[in-house]
Design a protein around this ligand. Sequence first.
Ligand SMILES: [Zn+2]
Length: 197
Amino acid sequence: MEGGDLEYLVKNNFTKLPLQQQLKIKSDGRPTPKLELCTERRKGFWTFSEENYGCMEWLAGSTKLQRLFCWSCLLFDKDSWSLNNPWVTTGFTDLANLSWAIERHGKSKNHIDCAVKLKLFGFVRIDVALDLAKSISTKKHKEPVKKTWDILMRLIVAALYLCVKNKQAGGTTRQLAVQTGAVLWGWYMHLQSLTAH
Ligand SMILES: [Zn+2]
């Protein structure tokens, strides 16, 4: 990430960056800088404590913007950029409601999807997987079909978890897990593109 600040990812779409840069950003991890953030209260101020970063593995901060963001969603929830989601767009600043907002966001479907994508990213060959996904023809669909796709996506995510587990094994088990993971990821991305319309 250029400049080492989250501002770069607020301005640039992670999913459009070159693969090598994406992998570096993921391995560098979320920035958890000291912030001067504070919110006025009746008597005095709420101030931001870095201990908050320890509460949630996705909580990240920008020194330049002096705001909090969701690391997982900032990387993978590009669709929310146009929605009113401060964890991805403007950044979160309301310390009076921080605990509540963290809990609410952490349980949201979008966030959980992004957290899964972040966990799996780099494990599967994304470039190969995306090519696979593109090669599968797209067809118009009806609502019941969409529901079936949704169920399939959930099953794929479950299977991917098993692949991640087997990746830790050695020899052919690991190889098989990586290959299977790539195919499953391709299907997941493809189904997601279909259900997004
Ligand atoms: Zn999130």
